[in-house]
Design a protein around this ligand. Sequence first.
Ligand SMILES: [Zn+2]
Length: 145
Amino acid sequence: MTTSGSATVTRLCPTCRATGPVTDDTVGTLWIENGVTIEQFHAADCADYLAQHARLMEGAERARLAEERARELFPGAHARFQAAVQALPAEQASPFAAALAELVALQARRFHGHGGFVPLPEWAEVLDRHFPAVSDTTRASGRVR
Ligand SMILES: [Zn+2]
């Protein structure tokens, strides 16, 4: 693995105090902290390592569930957005302006913060908030009679 020329710092685990290199009984972990690559070795059964691994797996599962929810939510929210845009009298543009302003603000924070683009889960949340699905009970209560 290359580190783009930056230094790698080895940090001793306070729990197992394992040292490198990786063997059948040890594992190595790498992460970036303030632009510096940190490596740390652990005994394969180190409580710190097992907790770190569990947190990584929980984070990956949360990301997977968020992506799955977004893939379910986005098509409907996007279709409602497009339908609303097409049916819009010019004087009722405020929800569109609000949604666009929120998305632009989110994206602007990405560029000025850690970079990257607004991911699909956030797009879906913003669109669903400004253009919520009309529930069956609302529809049945008379707005569409
Ligand atoms: Zn350890």
